[in-house]
Design a protein around this ligand. Structure first.
Ligand code: NIG
Ligand code: FE
Length: 421
């Protein structure tokens, strides 16, 4: 890069630039999800942290090149930075012993019923202090950006006490200050019933509704409230109460719905007008039609189905019906130990029959919409934050095609150039 006083950085000589085209919309639904634009031999002009101009390399206006910082794109392919709209990446310790048990036939539910699963991570997360959790999370974030993720949502939910849920949100807000990645926090106090409330669960739901939600909202620790609506976790009635209490405190509702059984969390998501409903492996046909007519975003998490050996959510049916579909890793120590969005794109293509174009839209603009961020990120369009991933590959379709390899050669995050070769 040549140093200059120009406010512009020009990235030239890109083999291809591919982005969803929004025409100002916050998300793309149904067939629109294939609306992507590809520019061959492209260039991008950045003004400080914002995208100023995109087009063919031969068409870059002189006003941008005079005295500008020029970066050689080296024939890389540019895509919007990935938005991982669902993770649980703050946790005390990993759970490889449970993985081994599952390999020998134990199910996720059996392990959870014996005090493992989420409550195993609750134990280790309660023991960990903020500084250790912060350090580990910063390391994960460094790896995630290396895989092309430039915006990530992180949930609490391994504290499950007033003190430890606030500790988790504090850690998320600390890394938000310290890391280049855009970070969005979600309160998930209703992730599981903690062991000390096993025999009187209604008291825990009371604690979440009467103490935790009012406190995290008043202190501005988050803007979202999530619940794990599932047999053995939170009932439909409890989930409704928790999400409605969140709404009363201006926390936008999110939900883990119909993951292990068809409990009706999808219908509840429509009822409370959730910003997103994630998992949906057992969504009913009726709820699919309801999603198609609503603005609730359907978050697909194929990494969980792959990792637990469960059924995949009906992404194809949802898109064909006209729903807004997003894609995320659900990175957590139990049900998906991967923060690779491209790997999720491969699974979405091969297991859910989404097209490469749909997976790109799902992992960028639609995922950004699930975080209320799509006005700022999620596509390479003029005026958006300069969050762009540069990959060593022949074209955008190659990304889900060649899996298990990290093709990311460089990332521009809010105008900062990070090179990895
Ligand atoms: O999204 N479904 C609930 N929660 C996580 C799993 C978390 C864990 O096992 O620690 C999920 O899959
Ligand atoms: Fe989750």
């Amino acid at each position: 890069m040549t140093k200059s006083n120009s406010p512009f950085t020009v990235i030239r000589n890109l083999r291809q630039l591919t982005t969803p085209v929004t025409n100002g919309k916050p998300y793309l639904r149904g067939r629109e999800m294939r609306n992507i634009e590809t520019v061959d031999n492209a260039a991008i002009v950045i003004n400080s942290d914002t995208i100023e101009w995109i087009g063919r390399d031969t068409d870059v206006p002189d006003q941008y090149t005079d005295d500008a910082n020029i970066i050689d794109g080296n024939g890389l392919v540019a895509l919007p930075g990935f938005v991982d709209m669902h993770t649980h990446m703050v946790f005390g310790a990993t759970r490889e012993e449970e993985f081994a048990m599952r390999c020998s036939g134990a199910t996720y539910q059996e392990i959870a019923a014996k005090g493992g699963g989420i409550n195993n991570t609750v134990r280790t997360t309660r023991e960990a202090d903020k500084s250790r959790l912060r350090k580990q999370t910063m390391r994960f974030l460094d790896k995630m950006i290396r895989h092309g993720t430039t915006t990530v949502e992180i949930k609490s939910g391994y504290g499950l006490s007033e003190k430890d849920e606030v500790k988790m949100l504090d850690v998320i807000n600390m890394v938000k200050e310290d890391h280049l990645i855009n970070i969005v926090s979600t309160f998930l106090g209703a992730h599981a019933i903690p062991p000390e409330y096993k025999e009187h669960r209604e008291e825990y739901v009371d604690l979440v509704c009467k103490k935790m939600i009012p406190y995290v909202a008043k202190k501005n620790l988050t803007g979202f409230c999530d619940v794990f609506c599932e047999n053995g976790f939170f009932t439909l009635e409890e989930s409704r109460r928790i999400l409605q209490t969140g709404i009363e405190h201006r926390l936008a509702p999110k939900i883990h719905a119909d993951e292990l059984s068809p409990l009706g969390g999808s219908e509840l998501a429509i009822e409370v007008n959730a910003i997103s409903a994630d998992h949906l492996e057992h969504i009913s046909d009726k709820a699919i039609e309801m999603f198609a007519k609503s603005d609730v975003i359907a978050g697909m998490l194929p990494g969980v189905s792959f990792y637990l050996g469960h059924d995949y959510a009906p992404a194809r049916k949802l898109i064909d019906a006209g729903a807004i579909v997003a894609l995320a890793t659900d990175f957590n120590p139990g049900s998906c130990v991967s923060y690779s969005v491209p790997l999720m794109m491969t699974m979405a293509c091969t297991q859910m029959k989404m097209t490469p174009e749909e997976t790109l839209t799902a992992a960028t603009i639609n995922a950004a919409a699930a975080l209320n961020m799509s006005r700022i990120v999620g596509s390479i369009e003029e005026g958006k934050q300069a969050d762009i991933v540069f990959l060593q590959m022949p074209n955008y379709m190659y990304l889900p095609y060649h899996f298990g390899e990290n093709h990311v050669a460089a990332v521009m995050k809010s105008g900062t150039w990070l090179e990895y070769r």
